[in-house]
Write a protein that binds this ligand. Structure first.
Ligand SMILES: O=C(O)CCC(=O)C(=O)O
Length: 284
């Protein structure tokens, strides 16, 4: 598939029709490598991998990641979908080393997001070349406007999703592999079905999801925080987060811990309540 430019209008029409758009070049291979080296150094400093809370909102800890997620080309792309006033709501690492057996089950992001209206865009940034053997993202075209599939919970260890949410009855024959070169991105809507398999290739598969929302969006579960990255916030539905100054310094750790607590509460409090009610009913 041809890499398209930012101002390619037919690409945005495809986004509206399919619920995703790719491949779009956001930076050249040299710049992507520069970020990959910084990511690897940060990973090394943490013993070789990002685990647990480090996979959620890590841009609040690593200045290089805030810089990557707010590259002008990345923000210009997000602005095409949600407009010029913009909050960086989350970043997440999706890294699979060669031979990594982990996978991401079929899901839509919006299941546990608790935002209204559901106006949001994910810019999924590839920092390595991602071929069919590397466990690429896979999308189901048009699924963002289709009826929601029922969701079950897959608690197997290999599932990279914290929630383990798994959409039932996905017609995988419709799936499209998201093959990307380092420095290219894919955009997707929070209602688009997606998944990914294991990395059977010889290089790491490095993807970073940067999620943007316009300031008029509200979190319906609890008050949350986000980083204002372009324009103005006239609504103040989210507390504003600080950019990290040096990697994992005390202020960054504190801001990150607070932001992750709020995010986890917003996403999973209703799930936890349901689980508790079920346990109480079973015990009665
Ligand atoms: O990179 C992956 O395999 C999954 C990414 C994902 O679920 C997301 O960006 O929402």
């Amino acid at each position: 598939m041809q890499t398209s430019s930012l101002n390619d209008d037919h690409r945005m029409q495809h986004y509206a029709r399919d619920g995703y758009a790719f491949p779009i070049r956001a930076m050249d291979a040299g710049r992507a490598l520069h970020y990959r080296r910084q990511l690897e150094a940060s990973q090394q400093a943490l013993g070789g991998k990002f685990e647990g809370r480090y996979t959620l909102k890590p841009h609040l800890l690593f200045p290089w990641l805030t810089e990557l997620a707010t590259e002008t080309t990345v923000l210009d792309l997000a602005a095409r979908v949600i407009g010029e006033d913009m909050l960086l709501w989350s970043t997440e690492f999706f890294i699979k080393q060669p031979g990594d057996e982990r996978f991401v089950s079929w899901h839509v992001d919006d299941t546990y997001w608790n935002i209204a209206p559901v106006e949001q865009v994910t810019v999924w940034i590839a920092l390595s070349d991602i071929g069919p053997e590397n466990g690429p993202l896979r999308y189901i075209p048009g699924s963002h406007v289709e009826e929601r599939l029922p969701v079950a919970t897959d608690e197997s260890e290999g599932n990279m999703l914290i929630s383990g949410q798994t959409a039932q009855g996905v017609d995988e024959s419709r799936a499209v592999d998201v093959l990307l070169r380092a420095g290219e991105v894919a955009l997707h809507d929070g209602r688009t079905l997606h998944a990914s398999g294991k990395n059977t290739g010889t290089d790491a598969r490095i993807g970073i999801a940067a999620r943007f929302i316009p300031p008029h969006v509200r979190c319906t579960a609890t008050r949350e925080s986000a980083l204002l990255v372009r324009g103005t916030d006239r609504f103040k539905h989210f507390d504003h987060e600080p950019r990290p100054v040096t990697e994992r310094d005390a202020a960054a750790q504190e801001a990150h811990a607070r932001a992750v607590d709020l995010r986890m509460k917003a996403m999973y409090s209703s799930q936890m309540e349901k689980r508790k009610a079920k346990q109480a009913a079973a015990a009665a």
